[in-house]
Design a protein around this ligand. Structure first.
Ligand SMILES: Nc1ncnc2c1ncn2[C@@H]1O[C@H](COP(=O)(O)OP(=O)(O)OP(=O)(O)O)[C@@H](O)[C@H]1O
Ligand SMILES: [Mg+2]
Length: 240
């Protein structure tokens, strides 16, 4: 459902991503670990069509993000630490705006109530301006947008950073549900503990290279933290 094919992204001399190949299926959570500056966010920026690849392609539900950006973007929702929302709009207005932007038909205002409740936003926040929201509330609204858009691909960039333990656990439960609904989910995180809980497959990115992918069976057996450190400290072989 999400296909990254031979993707490289250079910013001048900086090789942020080098020859990345990765497919994420519907019903799968892929979690990407990697040091600061490893190229995780850059990969997402390309996949979302915010920046163009230097080489390679990204396909969302078979549609090339560079060739047909508007069509491709309908299938993807993005949740980041700094979820892009309109501060002067209420939660409900943001939901309606982004849902319609993705080509979904207009809905009654009440349509969004169960979605906001499902992600754990308090009722008193439904019609409050988003600029007054805490980080956790913004992240919850981000996932509400993903649900309302019914995007088949959900990309999350450190979505649980800064969430309190209860909200973090609830967030993972939501991801579990989305996986059960057949979404293809990519999550970057620095939280090895949460990665282990939620991931079906896990990747380690070092200096723009995807140096290792592990299946659930493989990483459940392993001391993930130690493995991660080993890979991050090992010299990266240049791509063939
Ligand atoms: N717009 C940009 N212009 C120039 N260089 C950039 C730009 N965006 C990212 N980079 C560089 O690309 C590299 C990868 O950055 P990226 O943000 O993808 O890392 P990351 O893995 O998401 O790190 P973190 O864990 O800190 O979020 C870094 O060297 C960064 O400085
Ligand atoms: Mg990042």
């Amino acid at each position: 459902m999400l296909e990254i094919i031979g993707l490289s992204k250079h910013y001048g001399d900086v090789k942020a991503v080098t020859d990345l190949n990765l497919t994420i299926q519907g019903g799968e959570v892929f979690t990407m670990l990697g040091a600061n500056g490893a190229g995780k966010t850059t990969t997402l920026m390309v996949a979302l069509g915010f920046t163009e690849p230097t080489h390679g392609t990204v396909k969302l539900c078979g549609i090339d993000i560079t060739e047909q950006p508007l069509e491709a973007k309908k299938h993807v929702a993005y949740v980041s630490e700094n979820v892009m929302l309109y501060g002067n709009f209420s939660a409900r207005q943001n939901l309606d705006f982004f849902t319609r932007l993705s080509g979904q038909p207009s809905q009654d205002a009440a349509h969004y109530d169960p979605i906001m409740a499902r992600v754990g936003l308090q009722r008193e926040a439904f019609d409050r301006r988003v600029k007054e929201f805490s980080k956790g509330m913004r992240q919850k609204l981000g996932i509400a947008i993903a649900i309302a858009k019914d995007a088949r691909i959900v990309l999350l960039d450190e979505p649980t950073s800064g969430l309190d333990p209860k909200s973090g656990a609830e967030f993972l439960e939501l991801l579990d549900e989305l996986r059960d609904e057949g979404k293809a989910i990519w999550m970057t995180t620095h939280d090895v503990f949460r990665a282990r809980v939620i991931a079906d497959r896990l990747g380690i990115m070092v200096e723009g290279h995807l140096v290792k992918t592990l299946s659930r069976d493989e990483f459940q057996e392993a001391d993930l933290e130690r493995l991660y450190v080993e890979y991050v400290e090992r010299p990266v072989l240049p791509a063939a």
